[in-house]
Every structure is written in structure tokens, then in C-alpha cells.
Design a protein around this ligand. Structure first.
Ligand SMILES: CC(C)(COP(=O)(O)OP(=O)(O)OC[C@H]1O[C@@H](n2cnc3c(N)ncnc32)[C@H](O)[C@@H]1OP(=O)(O)O)[C@@H](O)C(=O)NCCC(=O)NCCS
Length: 177
């Protein structure tokens, strides 16, 4: 195992063997858009450097996928993040995001949220607080822009991330696994 250990949990760079587990986590999250199983495999192959997984006993219990904006390569865009329901509330999402910001060296992070996702909004606000940096929000896509029944997406932009204000590398995981 090449990843960084947090208690019994290991944060790692995804490999294609994680793709199926990531698809299942997205499916079971009941709040993420479920993309094709193929897209998760392809993401693990081509965007592993801007993505992370967390495993317990070799099972993927959380993931974050992201990419650097082609026209703004200092900006890490978070595409999806999910933690298995049984493992929520222990700091795993925060650990994944901190790990990815450090690993990519991104100066800013962008993510979209829907207004009904309190957990997601709290998670990104907490990220800005941990790093002692700013967060701005604007509507990115209105409901009318989606061809199907989809809530508006609001863009959070967080940063700048400065290495001097990085949170402690101490495991943030809370409680027993
Ligand atoms: C959002 C999600 C990834 C959070 O994962 P998690 O591991 O439980 O989050 P963490 O324990 O790392 O918490 C990070 C911060 O968010 C806050 N938070 C997490 N869940 C919360 C909730 N349900 N309500 C309020 N705040 C919440 C935590 O309190 C923490 O902030 P703090 O450090 O100030 O206490 C998880 O709920 C999930 O998988 N949801 C379904 C998928 C989803 O909605 N993804 C986001 C789409 S953008």
C-alpha cells in the first residue's frame, strides 16, 4: 500500500481497480449525479493525479475526483466527493480534500453545490476555515440550462491556499473506525 495512513484508513492515489468501488459510492450517495461506470474507470486512469481515495481494509470507503482547469491550471476543480454513509462525520472528506490540495499544490479550489446539500456546503466552508482562506459563491448553471430535471449549481471558489497556512498533517479522523 503506497498511500498515507490515518488510523486504519489509508488515503491513496486511485488506480483503475478503485473505479468500480467509486461508482458504487456515487450510486449509493443518493445525492451525486451517477455517471457511467466507464467514466470512473477512465478517471482513475487519466486524472488519478488530481483525485484521491480512502480505503479501510482495502475497501474504498470514500473518493474525491478533480481536475486542473485547462485555462486556469492553478485551480483544482472538484468534480465529485463521497464518503460511505457508515463512515461519515469522522473527518474523512476533510482529510481527502486537504490531501488533494497539498498534493496538487493548487492555489484555488472550485466546486459546485446545490442549495439543498447542507453537508456539502458545510464541508467546503470548513475547508476554507481550516486553511484560513476565503470562499466566494455565485450561481454557475441555472435550472433552465439543464436538459433534465436538475437543481441550479452554485460555484464555490476557495483560496488562495498558502503552504504557510496549511492545516496540521495530523490525522483529522474522529472516533473509532
Ligand atoms: C458531503 C460528504 C462527502 C461529507 O463527508 P464526511 O466525511 O462526513 O465529512 P467530514 O466529516 O470530513 O466533515 C467535513 C466538515 O463538514 C461538516 N459536515 C459534514 N457533514 C455535515 C452535515 N451532514 N451537516 C452539517 N455539517 C456537516 C463537518 O462538521 C466538518 O466541518 P467541521 O470541521 O467544521 O466540523 C458526505 O456527507 C457525503 O458523501 N455526502 C453524499 C455525497 C455528496 O453530497 N457529496 C458532495 C457533493 S458536492
Amino acid at each position: 500500500m503506497s498511500g498515507k495512513t490515518f488510523g486504519q484508513a489509508v488515503v491513496d492515489v486511485p488506480s483503475t481497480s478503485d473505479g468500480a468501488g467509486m461508482w458504487r459510492l456515487a450510486r449509493d450517495s443518493r445525492s451525486l449525479d451517477l455517471n457511467s461506470s466507464y467514466s470512473y474507470l477512465l478517471w482513475c486512469r487519466d486524472f488519478a493525479g488530481t483525485s484521491a481515495v480512502i480505503r479501510v481494509d482495502d475497501e474504498v470507503i470514500g473518493f474525491v475526483t478533480g481536475y486542473l482547469r485547462p485555462n486556469q491550471p492553478d485551480t483544482l476543480v472538484i468534480w465529485q466527493i463521497a464518503i460511505a454513509e457508515a463512515h461519515r462525520g469522522r473527518g474523512f472528506a476533510a482529510t481527502l480534500l486537504d490531501n488533494l490540495v497539498r498534493r496538487t499544490g493548487a492555489r484555488h479550489l472550485e466546486a459546485t453545490v446545490t442549495s439543498d446539500n447542507d453537508a456539502s456546503i458545510a464541508m467546503f466552508r470548513a475547508l476554507a476555515t481550516r486553511w484560513g482562506t476565503g470562499l466566494t459563491g455565485n450561481q454557475l448553471f441555472s435550472a433552465e440550462q439543464f436538459p433534465d430535471d436538475h437543481a441550479p449549481e452554485f460555484l464555490f471558489r476557495i483560496g488562495p491556499f498558502l503552504s504557510g497556512s496549511a492545516p496540521s498533517q495530523t490525522p483529522r479522523t474522529r472516533g473509532e473506525l
